[in-house]
Design a protein around this ligand. Structure first.
Ligand SMILES: *Cc1c(COP(=O)(O)O)cnc(C)c1O
Length: 390
């Protein structure tokens, strides 16, 4: 059994993928070829935003979004510690400071009430209100207070965060919001598609994501004309009117034409795959929700997960280990996203966070595990999993 079955998908679309690749080989525009614009306009229309900017990875998408807001030293960017490293890594790369905010225990996404407290704590430089990082990390100066600039909520496992509340809190305080939609392309929130829920949204086409390519890739989405123009410039070394007119510091952040061509083939079956993921998730929940020692995913009303992962909570770490062992003995792969919250990672040691700063994230990290999830998961395989987990 595969954790994610990309081969089954490839069997469906091989002809179209081959055809699209051949087309790129014959026109030869490997950098910023016509497939880039075609993909951008198709995905922007699907998501329901004005602009889409293809880029080299989900990480670059987040980096470009923060760079578009001129984020740098002294800026506080609020995000969750229960995510992939990339979300917070880009904040530190720009010399800004990640300020972690604990998650909601039901959705694993940033807790808006705690976000409001964290912003207040930074503004008043008072860690008795909410745990704060060491704020001199990137500044090499004493007693410099951080300025709250933006929020990066993460749509973990494909489920959008609570954007109505997050956007309201951010707008009232003059902060921007960047949706980390690396896992949620295809998800929905109150009738709107993921990737349309904040000022800028960033997704990833890493092969294991719901819409993945055959390498690295990503995309930024926004309705804001000016931000779109800036991100397009940042994507190509801060270009101005032409390639050798450089108006700002940028990166080499382009999406490869070949990856765009592959994505165009994959996107044709994507809406159907989203549907198949819903059915697979529903079957899991039917098979497993009677098990009182397990917590199956809870999707609030008005939300739709794209099920990048189907993640469960065991009773405790020991229970999780024994379940994983049982599954492994039956050749059923599992994974843990994420075993160590970011505030406890060595990479963020200099922020000087402590254990118990974010108890909900720490608790989830000790109990969570994910089951195989992809559109081609068979009923038989899921029933087998249901029988092994007793
Ligand atoms: C995958 C992922 C990223 C980074 O995407 P890459 O394309 O691998 O650079 C960022 N944030 C989250 C939540 C992710 O899952």
């Amino acid at each position: 059994m595969n954790f994610i079955d990309l081969a089954a998908q490839q069997r469906r679309i091989k002809e179209q993928v081959d055809q699209n690749i051949q087309k790129v080989l014959s026109h030869g525009n490997y950098i910023m070829g016509p497939e880039i614009k075609e993909l951008e306009s198709k995905l922007a229309a699907y998501v329901g935003v004005k602009h889409a900017i293809g880029c080299a990875s989900g990480t670059d998408a987040l980096l470009m979004a923060l760079m578009a807001y001129n984020v740098g030293p002294g800026d506080a960017i609020f995000t969750t510690p229960f995510t992939f490293i990339a979300t917070a890594e880009v904040i530190s790369l720009l010399g800004a400071t990640p300020v972690f905010v604990d998650i909601d225990p039901d959705t694993f996404n940033i807790d808006p009430a705690k976000l409001a407290l964290a912003i207040q704590a930074v503004k008043s430089n008072d860690s008795s209100i909410h745990p704060l990082p060491n704020n001199n990390v990137n500044l090499k100066t004493e007693n410099v207070t951080l300025t709250p600039r933006g929020v990066i909520p993460v749509d973990l496992f494909g489920l959008p965060a609570d954007y109505d509340t997050i956007n309201r809190i951010a707008k009232e305080r003059g902060l921007f919001v960047i949706e980390d939609a690396a896992q949620s392309f295809g998800g929905e929130y109150k009738g709107k598609k993921a990737c349309s829920l904040a000022d800028i949204a960033c997704t990833s086409f890493f092969p294991a994501k719901p819409l993945g390519c055959y390498g690295d890739g990503g995309m930024c989405f926004t309705d804001d004309d000016q931000l779109a123009e800036i991100m397009e410039s940042i994507r190509v070394h801060g270009k101005g009117g032409h390639k050798y007119d450089n108006v700002r510091i940028g990166i080499n952040g382009r999406l490869d034409t070949l990856q765009a061509a592959i994505l165009l083939a994959k996107f044709e079956i994507f809406p159907e795959e989203v549907q198949l993921r819903q059915e697979a998730a529903r079957r899991y929940s039917t098979l497993l929700s009677h098990n009182s020692s397990l917590l199956t995913p809870r999707i609030p009303d008005g939300y739709k997960s794209v099920w990048a992962q189907y993640s469960l909570l065991a009773k405790d770490e020991g229970h999780r280990s024994s379940l994983q062992k049982q599954l492994q003995e039956n050749k059923i792969p599992t994974a843990i996203y994420y075993p160590k919250p970011l505030h406890l990672q060595t990479a963020f040691k200099s922020l000087a966070y402590a254990e118990a700063d974010f108890p909900v994230s720490e608790n989830a990290a000790g109990r969570i595990f994910s089951l195989p999830m992809h559109p081609y998961l068979s009923v038989q395989d899921q029933e087998k999993i249901g029988q092994v987990i007793v």
